[in-house]
Design a protein around this ligand. Sequence first.
Ligand SMILES: N[C@@H](CCC(=O)N[C@@H](CS)C(=O)NCC(=O)O)C(=O)O
Length: 210
Amino acid sequence: MLKLFYAPNACSLAPHIALEEAGADYEAILVDTKAGEQREPAYLSVNPKGRVPALATEHGILTEVPVLLGFIARSFPKADLAPADMFAFFEMQSFNTYLASTIHITYAHLFRPERYADSDAAKAEMGAKVAGNLGTQFQLVEDRFADGREWVHGGQYTVSDPYLYVFTRWLDREGAGGIARFPKLAAHRARMQARPAVQKALEQEGLAPV
Ligand SMILES: N[C@@H](CCC(=O)N[C@@H](CS)C(=O)NCC(=O)O)C(=O)O
């Protein structure tokens, strides 16, 4: 059985939702990142990077959200969570990688400033840039929806949608700038929260819709 190592409201919520959408048989294992469990030997033996998520599969352990999402989509083809066309599949991977390598890292400057700076002044300066940088980065995503599409890649719901949902949830956090400036992303977030799979994953993580 698949095992997903997750922390509530972390980026691991994306594969958590994807597993629900896929109807997968899986176990969700809580890693208490607030208590530092991700840096303890037991979890480091699962993921030496000391981060969630990790997905234990019959082949071995996978890490990195875009990889988990691609794996889930390919493992449960009947759920139709990724485009069948090869080029469209890699366009989806491109979008997911942008979220991981750019938008997630911008948030890290706000939530984990100690990773990048020591002095309070430097941390504050970095944090003050986050809402503006997220503004530029999310605007590119908002623009995709200008044609009236329902989901990130058009009419097909894919694993990019739960991944985007995680990061639009975080826009409500202090210093992130809010979602009001992105009406189409706000509508996408509401559509996501109407899905039973999303509601189930939120409930399992002890989270409320936003
Ligand atoms: N590049 C990784 C990032 C994973 C990551 O940073 N996870 C965060 C939660 S969203 C985490 O485990 N934070 C705990 C920590 O930094 O100690 C991925 O996309 O999976």
